[in-house]
Design a protein around this ligand. Structure first.
Ligand SMILES: [Zn+2]
Length: 241
């Protein structure tokens, strides 16, 4: 079987048979990869904790017919310990990994923009650079934007007016002015619009304020509506209230 080496971040693991695991990774050069780690569930597995979620490893894989096989994994970024030590950081990292896994539905297709975004988010969580909810919500908006689902936040999606924005419609794709208010749109204040903009840009200086439950609910709805499926871990982010 042909071999390839890469570096990757573990998004998720699932059990396979008695002793093995399927590891889903986002790699730097090969995009999303699902690979079998033989014996990974044995107590004395030579992989140790290197194939747990949020770990960044240098890996050696063999290409298989349906799934690849991981033959070596060397840790190059142990963010998992610092992230798991703080429950809110753990929840945010779970959202980040789940949405990345769901957005990328094709394997072995390079996704460098996602790799950079994911790496930056996990480092920021591990080093406590910002509040976990800021990193989680900003990641969701930016990952969705890379996929082509970027909300219009600076002008009305119907008439293009940039002032007097009063509501936000997930279905229509963004902000609405007072005269174009549509059924199902959620009323937002200027401060709430500003927080959404700051999160979507990763403007940490601005979004240093408090978490807004209405903005958080919109971020959640935005992701689930355009991905057309629920995100299990987003529900957990309701920890803040
Ligand atoms: Zn309008």
């Amino acid at each position: 079987m042909p071999l390839y080496s890469d570096e990757g971040i573990v998004l998720r693991t699932t059990k396979l048979g008695e002793a093995d695991r399927i590891i889903t990774l986002l790699t730097r050069e090969h995009g999303k990869v699902r690979a079998v780690a033989s014996g990974a569930r044995r107590v004395k597995s030579h992989f140790g904790a290197r194939l747990e979620p949020f770990m960044r490893d240098s890996i050696l894989c063999a290409t298989g017919r349906s799934l690849d096989h991981i033959s070596q994994a060397v840790c190059i970024g142990a963010y998992a310990r610092a992230i798991s030590a703080d429950y809110k950081s753990y929840l945010a990292a779970s959202v980040i990994c789940e949405i990345t896994d769901k957005i990328l539905d094709t394997e072995h297709e390079p996704a460098p923009a996602y790799y950079q975004l994911l790496l930056g988010a996990l480092i920021a969580l591990a080093r406590r650079r910002h509040q976990p909810w800021q990193i989680g919500e900003s990641y969701v908006l930016r990952a969705m934007a890379i996929a082509g689902w970027r909300p219009h936040l600076s002008s009305c999606v119907v008439c293009g007016k940039t002032d007097g924005l009063t509501s936000f419609s997930v279905h229509l794709g963004g902000a609405l002015c007072r005269s174009d208010h549509a059924a199902g749109a959620v009323g937002l204040t200027e401060t709430q619009f500003a927080q959404l903009r700051a999160l979507s840009l990763g403007d940490w200086d601005w979004c240093g304020g408090r978490r807004d439950a209405c903005v958080a609910a919109l971020v959640e709805e935005w992701a689930q509506y355009y991905l057309e499926r629920p995100l299990r871990s987003l529900r957990l982010l309701d920890y803040e209230t």
